[in-house]
Design a protein around this ligand. Structure first.
Ligand SMILES: NC(=O)c1ccc[n+]([C@@H]2O[C@H](COP(=O)([O-])OP(=O)(O)OC[C@H]3O[C@@H](n4cnc5c(N)ncnc54)[C@H](O)[C@@H]3O)[C@@H](O)[C@H]2O)c1
Ligand SMILES: [Zn+2]
Length: 367
């Protein structure tokens, strides 16, 4: 087992990474000095596969767990689901010293985290992420929240967990598309922060696609370490934390214009990162050979690298980016790369150049 600490003063917490952590969850929670009662919040898929193991682990460690299951999928990440969960928490007499265990992917993590941040003005939270995306990204860093009809993640809070258990054995049941989407975030860490990590992924891609557990533990640990370092310096995204958004401006735009149904987040940011690399080449002298390396790596993973985007959709994409959070004083701000491993945030990009780059995504796709 490896440990990564997220250093946030009195709210510092530990991320444990390795196999068998789910079965040992109860024992780990014992050391956190939490109340006896706890609510495991999970979704309909994950709860079926891992709910019982987690329940038994907590029970045999002396806790009194209840299991709350929400329907799987992004559709559940809304305020009416939050309301139903509040009622269930009250019904099961979850109280101030009780804690919430988020068992699932990013949807469960964000929703259960929001519950923990707000129910009784805050109860302790333990994250047990079960997708690759959730282990390397959403469970670390304390952003929790839900969607509104007007857009994603518009209601939320910064609320740090007390403990995160990243167990790689759960990837055995993760659908292939979800797994690959998670790899898009993994590759992002190499581009924004650690060139040798990017090279390691390039060199081990076959093993990674076979979900080799030893390699995966190392990879997840490095991603968590990088995110922890960034969040430790800038918890509430006043500066540095923005680099985590590399590829996300265009990625979020693509998700928005497709109604959040067509693309998984990881797939959208695969295309977004290729676009950001091309923008970087035009504006910061990012070497073309590195653009090609990035594109080739996403392609080898089996992630999309281009998109059929008729002219009317290109305009819609630009408009969607304009309503995204990263617009400051009318200019869309981008995270751009100087080299693989070094990026800068806050670069304004002229709209005509942006349109040109969007066209390159289409040209290499279908008509
Ligand atoms: N808080 C943050 O910092 C942050 C960062 C990135 C993304 N997010 C959020 O995360 C969400 C996406 O998360 P996600 O990609 O994990 O999606 P998800 O939670 O919807 O999980 C994807 C699918 O995989 C299933 N699943 C999960 N683990 C499984 C397992 N081990 N075996 C079999 N099936 C499993 C789920 O039931 C679901 O159907 C989005 O809502 C996004 O906004 C939050
Ligand atoms: Zn992301």
């Amino acid at each position: 087992m490896q440990n990564v600490r997220v250093e946030l003063g009195s709210r510092t917490y530990r991320i444990a990474i390795g196999p068998s952590l789910i079965a040992n969850l109860g024992v780990e929670c014992k050391n956190l000095n939490l109340g006896q009662k706890c609510a495991i919040v999970s979704d309909s898929n994950v709860s079926l596969i891992y709910g019982e193991t987690v329940f038994k682990s907590l029970k045999s460690a002396g806790f009194d767990p209840v299991l709350i299951t929400i329907p799987a999928g992004e559709i559940s990440k809304n305020l009416s689901e939050v309301q139903s969960c509040y009622e269930l928490l009250a019904h099961h007499r979850v109280e101030r010293k009780s804690f919430i265990v988020a068992l699932g992917g990013g949807v469960v993590g964000d929703l259960a985290g929001f519950l923990a941040a707000t129910y009784l003005r805050g109860v302790p939270l333990v994250q047990v992420p079960t997708t690759l995306l959730a282990q390397v990204d959403s469970s670390v860093g304390g952003k929790v929240g839900v969607n509104l009809k007007a857009g994603k993640n518009l209601v939320g809070a910064f609320y740090q967990p007390r403990y995160v258990a990243c167990d790689q054995s759960v990837f055995a049941t993760l659908p292939d598309r979800e797994y690959k989407a998670g790899l898009a975030e993994v590759i992002k860490y190499g581009i924004i922060y650690d060139r040798s990590f990017f090279v390691k992924i390039e060199q081990n891609i076959e093993l990674l696609l076979k979900r080799d557990p030893v390699l995966l533990s190392e990879i997840v640990a490095r991603c968590c370490q990088i995110k922890a370092e960034i969040v430790g310096q800038d918890e509430t995204e006043t500066g540095l934390r923005a680099i985590l958004n590399f590829g996300h401006t265009i990625g979020h735009g693509l998700e928005a214009i497709s109604g959040y149904g067509q693309w998984l987040h990881g797939e959208a940011i695969s295309i977004g990162q290729i676009a950001a690399a091309r923008l970087s080449a035009r504006l910061l002298g990012f070497p073309q050979i590195e653009v090609d390396r990035i594109r080739s790596l996403f392609s080898r993973v089996g992630l999309p690298t281009h998109i059929a985007l008729p002219a009317s959709d290109r305009r819609r994409l630009l408009d969607a980016m304009n309503v995204d959070k990263k617009v400051v004083a009318g200019e869309i701000k981008f995270v751009l790369a100087r080299t693989i491993g070094t990026v800068e945030f806050g670069h304004g990009v002229p709209e005509d150049l942006l349109m040109e780059i969007i066209e390159t995504l289409h040209e290499q796709g279908l008509n």
